[in-house]
Ligand binder design. Sequence first.
Ligand code: FE
Length: 199
Amino acid sequence: MKNANVTHKITQGMYVLTAGNGGCVVDAVAQVSGGDNPLVSVAVMKKNLTNELVKKNGKFALSVLGMNVDPQIIKDFGFRSGRDADKYAGADLGEAAGVKYINGAIAYMVCEVVDTVENDTHTLFIGRTIEGDILKDESPMSYGYYQEHKNDLMQVKTEMGKTAWVCTICGYVYYGETLPDNYVCPICGVGPELFEIQK
Ligand code: FE
């Protein structure tokens, strides 16, 4: 391939996919049929717990994140695993057709799984929308916008006068003059090489 970054030019959005008692942030969502209950596809990494939850429950919700989304929602659902944390604890959730969705989203849709396609890394779920609503009159955030602005969006405030190490992936702050060599971020699990010092 002349340039493997060509896929960065595909416009995708920012969504929280929820099923059962968990969820994760996804970007690969598309409408794949018309009609009153259109089919929607979503690709979910196989290693994500949410993938198992969708298969187990046969239903999922997609919550569409807007341009003014509370970054905490992205942190809570995107930067930690449901294997380590109860992602629903402290989250502001609604429920429709028996599936939880994110109240801070601009829209949600609930789907019943009608087909799945496995590939090396992801499962493509195809779902029939059975419920949905628009919650806020706001523009959706694109994945490209998020990538371009994530440092500002995720900006972390640290306490004055203290040496802080900020996780560049999730924004977790560790206070201390030095960061232990074998340190592991308690939120997202990355090592010390992905922390940046802030004085
Ligand atoms: Fe982290």
